[in-house]
Ligand binder design. Structure first.
Ligand code: KIV
Length: 289
């Protein structure tokens, strides 16, 4: 397990780590898909803190500093109020806590949509302040020009189509997408546009399975599914969701554990011991030598 707190991008010489120069790179992730297929699915999870990154790093190919941190960390009602400062600070922590995975940081709502120039300034700031390797942004065809603009200027971009949470006020909720022919054609067209524009990977979220498979087969770059299909080129989940931190999660989440219950149980125990004065005990107090 990694114990480094050093900043180590794939090109860093100044900050040695337990595995110098071993961080995966964006081109390596992109090259995992050859002739329309990946040999092994790409593993991606969200991470928001240095310690979380340390625990996830060796098992993942990509750590996503998702703007889902708005809800998961800050208790916001959606991703819409998430700020650039939040993304930059959490991304820097995740980079410091990892040395193997590619760190991708979400561009928050309002930081990239108005023009490719605005997107470049925001993305450059995020990469400079955090050491992350790439940004992710939501939207399809409408964002293709921006994806090309950034990619051509040294900023790798991961796209995100289907259910795009930043558009919750337009979509009217978080229901699965692609149930009608028009909607499914739009999702496929959006994904293709991002691929053509140079996105190194595309997340497809909350779509009916046949669309996820069609997108995966159509794109030359890797397609990472969430609420999509096991036939995608990789999978991503919000780590807190899959660990069972929340009672209510989207239907597509598999809960691998119930850490909310564990925390509740242990905190109840602690509170009881504090109130009964059985904590701290002899092992946790200092006595004269
Ligand atoms: O913000 C996020 O966590 C995401 C993933 C769930 C894809 O965008």
């Amino acid at each position: 397990m990694s114990t480094t707190f050093q900043l180590d991008t794939s090109t860093s010489r100044a900050n040695p780590t337990p595995s110098p120069m071993k961080r995966l790179t964006v081109p390596k992730i992109r090259a995992r898909k050859q002739n329309g297929k990946v040999d092994e699915p790409i593993v991606m999870l969200t991470a928001y803190t240095a310690r979380q990154a340390q625990l996830l790093d060796e098992h993942c190919d990509i750590l996503l500093v998702g703007d889902s941190l708005g809800q998961v960390i800050y208790g916001l009602p959606s991703t819409v109020p998430v700020t650039m400062d939040m993304m930059a600070n959490h991304a820097a922590a995740v980079v410091r806590g990892s040395y193997h995975s590619v760190v991708v940081v979400d561009m928050p709502f309002g930081a990239y949509e108005s023009s490719p120039q605005q997107a470049f300034e925001s993305a450059a700031r995020l990469l400079k302040e955090s050491g992350a390797a790439a940004v992710k942004l939501e939207g399809g065809e409408a964002m293709a020009k921006t994806v090309a603009f950034l990619s051509e200027r040294g900023i790798p971009v991961m796209g995100h189509v289907g259910l795009t949470p930043q558009a919750v006020n337009v979509l009217g909720g978080y229901a699965a997408r692609g149930r009608s022919d028009t909607e499914s054609e739009k999702i496929l067209g959006d994904a293709r546009a991002l691929d053509d524009a140079g996105a190194f990977a595309v997340v497809v979220e909350g779509v009916v399975e046949r669309i996820a498979v069609a997108v995966t087969e159509a794109l030359s770059c890797p397609v990472i599914g969430i609420g999509a299909s096991s036939r995608c080129d990789g999978q991503v989940l919000v780590t807190e969701d899959m660990l069972g931190m929340f009672e209510r999660v989207p239907r597509f989440v598999k809960k691998y554990d119930d850490i909310a219950a564990l925390i509740e149980k242990r905190v109840r125990e602690y509170a009881g011991e504090v109130r009964s004065r059985s904590f701290p005990g002899a092992g946790q107090t200092y006595q004269p030598r």
